[in-house]
Design a protein around this ligand. Structure first.
Ligand SMILES: CCCCCCCC(=O)SCCNC(=O)CCNC(=O)[C@H](O)C(C)(C)COP(=O)(O)OP(=O)(O)OC[C@H]1O[C@@H](n2cnc3c(N)ncnc32)[C@H](O)[C@@H]1OP(=O)(O)O
Length: 142
């Protein structure tokens, strides 16, 4: 679970446990009603956040300490609210610290993709968060 939900013990995005199989992964997801945009349709930002979290956590579960470098989402069909869906993640390639990842979102019982994400995750250098904290301290002191 991400830092925002860990203390609550519940993923507010509605994302389930990730199963890792080699360099691929899958997870059950369900868009909660508070992320509704159009009638019974998920906000596109939910779909992007869901992909970001699932791909990032799948890498974390593989022992890789990464952050999202970039993320592109293709929206093929409206994503329903409250419906059981599956996200499938594959590793496209690795070059140095850069991992190119792809993921698909589909209904639990239908193979057609609703949305696809492709992006680059970058392995963090040691002290990543400490440098960020220090930069913010400097900024606030200005
Ligand atoms: C457990 C909960 C999991 C939840 C998952 C959620 C994931 C997230 O949302 S993370 C938050 C969003 N992302 C961020 O905040 C990242 C902000 N960016 C940064 O901190 C830095 O730009 C960072 C770490 C990506 C790169 O900085 P730095 O470590 O100095 O690396 P740098 O030397 O510039 O680049 C390293 C490599 O990455 C590549 N790279 C850097 N930035 C990007 C980018 N935006 N896109 C693609 N590639 C990139 C570089 O080209 C370089 O490649 P190569 O080694 O082949 O030359």
């Amino acid at each position: 679970m991400c830092g925002g939900c860990r203390n609550r013990g519940r993923c507010r995005l509605g994302l389930g446990e990730i199963t890792i199989i080699g360099d691929a992964a899958h997870a059950p997801v369900r868009c909660a009603p508070h992320f509704q945009a159009g009638p019974n349709v998920a906000h596109g930002g939910w779909t992007a956040a869901m992909f970001d979290d699932i791909i990032g956590r799948s890498l974390t579960q593989r022992g890789l300490r990464t952050v999202t470098g970039n993320l592109t989402v293709d929206f093929f069909n409206p994503v329903p609210v409250g419906e059981a869906m599956i996200v499938e993640v594959v590793t496209e390639s690795r070059a140095g610290r850069r991992w190119t990842m792809q993921a698909m979102l589909r209904l639990e019982r239908d193979p057609s993709p609703l949305a696809r994400a492709i992006g680059v995750w970058v392995e963090r250098r040691e002290g990543h968060f400490e440098r960020h904290e220090a930069a913010m301290r400097d900024y606030r002191a200005r």
